[in-house]
Design a protein around this ligand. Structure first.
Ligand code: B1M
Length: 210
């Protein structure tokens, strides 16, 4: 019989093959895709998020769990589409202009996907206009920015202002090693997250699905 706890456990262990196998098994046994997603894959990723925040697991474990999550999602995605299940919201995510660091951003993206959100990743060195265009095109609910350099942090202010000037209704979240809550307050960003797991909590809270 399909065992979603075992599915979550396989994801936590980063066992991609097992995740794929148990996701297929659950669907073949007629479990609703939404239930497999929420009580299997997302449940497992939530545990990884909590452990990562508590420094009980580190970047490699998160990357391996995320790879397993992708394996399960590949199986689940067509079924979710068939069932008409939409992601809870779209997040445009990028590293700001002048900044090429993307390891943290990618982790944030994986955790957001794991948190049931659709992520549109616009890459690194993304200018304010690129964020604005992507938010307009996708109807994103959240615009998430990463910066690792003190010299590129001011770009976040430009993005917040460009979105406001363009009249785009989207919540802004910022993060990255040199970024602080104080800086978010200073530039009028709606949220700040210190790590990838917190970024999921902040984004979901801003969308109103926490
Ligand atoms: Co760069 N680099 N780097 N670098 N680099 C730092 C950031 C630095 C602190 C190193 C140092 O001097 N001690 C320093 C910045 C100093 C400063 O401004 N305060 C620095 C510098 C100076 C530079 C260059 C200028 C060096 C040079 O060329 N002279 C140059 C700049 C290039 C550019 O961007 N234009 C440069 C280049 C590079 C590499 C290309 C070699 C490489 C990047 C490879 C890549 O990303 N693909 C690199 C790396 C790897 C680092 C360090 C060593 C590691 C960064 C990293 O990936 N950490 C870094 C020193 C360090 O941090 N120890 C350093 C792991 C990652 C998981 O953490 O990105 O912090 P992090 O993400 C975390 C959180 O910050 C948060 O969640 C993540 C996970 O919990 N988070 C968010 C991140 N984004 C978020 C967004 C959110 C929420 C949370 O909401 C949207």
């Amino acid at each position: 019989m399909a065992d979603l706890e075992a599915l979550a456990e396989a994801l936590i262990k980063g066992d991609r093959n097992k995740v794929v196998e148990l996701t297929e098994q659950a669907l073949n046994e007629g479990l609703p895709p939404k239930e497999v997603l929420e009580n299997g894959l997302i449940a497992g990723m939530n545990v990884i998020g909590r452990r990562f925040k508590a420094n009980e697991v580190y970047v490699p474990e998160v990357l391996i769990a995320a790879r397993a999550m992708h394996g399960g999602m590949d199986v689940l995605q067509p079924k979710l589409v068939e069932a008409g299940i939409e992601p809870a919201g779209t997040v445009v995510l990028g590293t700001v202009k002048g900044d090429l660091h993307d390891i943290g951003k990618n982790l944030v993206g994986m955790m957001l996907t794991g948190g049931g959100l659709e992520v549109v990743d616009i890459g690194t060195d993304a200018a304010a206009e690129k964020f604005v265009d992507a938010c307009k095109e996708t109807g994103a609910k959240v615009c998430a920015m990463s910066a690792l350099l003190t010299t590129t942090m001011p770009q976040m202010k430009d993005v917040v202002e460009a979105l406001r000037n363009a009249g785009v209704e989207v919540k802004t979240v910022i993060g990255g090693a040199p970024v602080t809550q104080g800086y978010a307050d200073e530039i009028g960003a709606d949220g700040y997250a210190a790590d990838a797991a917190s970024a999921v909590d902040v984004a979901r809270e801003l969308i109103g699905i926490a």
